[in-house]
Design a protein around this ligand. Structure first.
Ligand SMILES: Cc1ncc(COP(=O)(O)O)c(C=O)c1O
Length: 376
């Protein structure tokens, strides 16, 4: 098998497909835009690496001013701390003995590692493991904004905080409240009211922490869809945005403060290249990217290149997709390469081993997707 790095210097149109391509100028612009946006509101950025699953991108975010980095799973944290990143927050509870052993190994390398907790028994288990190791583990109380995924109800936040504070192996730092169900609400105004409704209840818990002299230095949460909204909640200290780096059609179709029909503040920096492999049907052309290359979720991918033609992609099983051209007089030849914006970036990234990194259409680097498959 050829080494992907051999393609450095090649034009992106000559890459073998399907493959993921990053436009480095756009990625750097998105990283900068979000950092500047949050800084202008006096907020910190703690980006979520679950989107790009790439320690090189995580490092770029830190170099641009992020104060830490989020992951969803211990196995993702393992890769980042081994790569030398510090200040990792695991945004889901870690509850089994096996995982807690792995968590403690991460803590050994990254003393600033944090994890969320939504259960008193889990807090006790973490406390015992940290004490056995002679360490202190930073934790946040995870609050449930009515999503029912993880987190305690708001009314139980203070009691859990007080319990954690009584455990010497744990260091309470504050709260997490992530309203995932707010992120893709199409109407900007509805999304704003919905998100504020939950974040203001979380802010109330944060103030209870302060009133009861509990540590309340961190109130983290939010995603790309509410990044223009939650930055206006005074108690929020940092935002955990992820998708803004790469973007996808799911996010491009929501309204923004600038335009009720689209969200263009963060242009898609990642695209998928796919090749036309069969042209024998009049109604559509078959391409080489199906379910195994493009995660099936959201509004469907959009075709970025070739420009100026109205067309639509649809999945056609594991290995293939169909491209429908609106103008029946137009035709593609076999071998034609198309560039798509993917439907949902996170799970699509998880299907690939590396990104081809380009500037002005030329490959300048190859970055491993080193958190790929790390779902434990
Ligand atoms: C806990 C948590 N925080 C932050 C994010 C990032 O959200 P987004 O990709 O919408 O920016 C996610 C995404 O699922 C998440 O689960």
């Amino acid at each position: 098998m050829s080494n992907p790095r051999d393609r450095i210097g090649a034009s992106k149109g000559n890459l073998d497909t399907p493959c993921l391509v990053i436009d480095l100028d756009l990625l750097e612009r998105n990283i900068r835009t979000m950092q500047e946006h949050l800084t202008s509101f006096g907020k910190k950025l703690r980006p979520h690496a679950k989107t790009h699953k790439c320690s090189i991108i995580a490092r770029k975010q830190m170099e641009a001013g992020a104060m830490g980095i989020c992951v969803a799973k211990v196995s993702e944290a393992e890769v980042l701390v081994k790569a030398g990143l510090r200040g990792v927050l695991i945004t889901s509870p870690v509850v089994t003995d096996q995982k807690i052993i792995r968590l403690m190994e991460c803590l050994f390398r990254d003393p600033d590692l944090m994890v969320v907790v939504d259960n008193p028994t889990n807090a006790r288990m973490l406390n015992e493991a940290a004490r056995k190791q002679g360490s202190r583990l930073s934790v946040l109380v995870d609050l449930d904004p009515g999503m029912g995924r993880t987190g305690v109800p708001f009314r139980e936040g203070l009691a859990l905080g007080q319990w954690i504070e009584s455990l010497p192996g744990l260091r309470l730092r504050g709260i997490q409240c992530y309203a995932g169900h707010a992120q893709h609400i199409v109407s900007f105004e509805e999304r704003r009211e919905f998100s504020w409704g939950w974040m203001k209840q979380a802010a109330e818990v944060f103030r209870q922490f302060q009133a009861h002299k509990l540590p309340a230095e961190i109130f983290t949460g939010s995603g790309t869809g509410t990044s223009e909204i939650d930055c206006r909640v005074p108690e929020v200290t940092d935002l955990q945005v992820g998708s803004y780096t790469l973007m996808d059609t799911e996010y491009l179709h929501i309204g923004s403060s600038d335009d009720p029909r689209k969200f263009e503040k963060f242009p898609p920096s990642m695209t998928l290249l796919t090749t036309v492999i069969s042209t024998n049907r009049r109604e559509f052309f078959t391409v080489d990217a199906g379910l195994k290359a493009l995660y099936h979720h959201g509004p469907g991918p959009s075709v970025k290149q070739p420009e100026g033609l109205e067309m639509r992609y649809d999945w056609a099983g594991d290995e293939h997709g169909k491209i429908f051209l609106a103008d029946s007089g137009k035709k593609f030849e076999i071998g034609q390469v198309l560039e798509l914006v993917v439907s949902h970036c996170d799970p699509t990234v998880n299907l690939f081993d590396f990104f081809y990194v380009t500037r002005k259409g030329m490959v300048v680097d190859v970055w491993p997707i080193d958190l790929r498959g790390k779902c434990q």
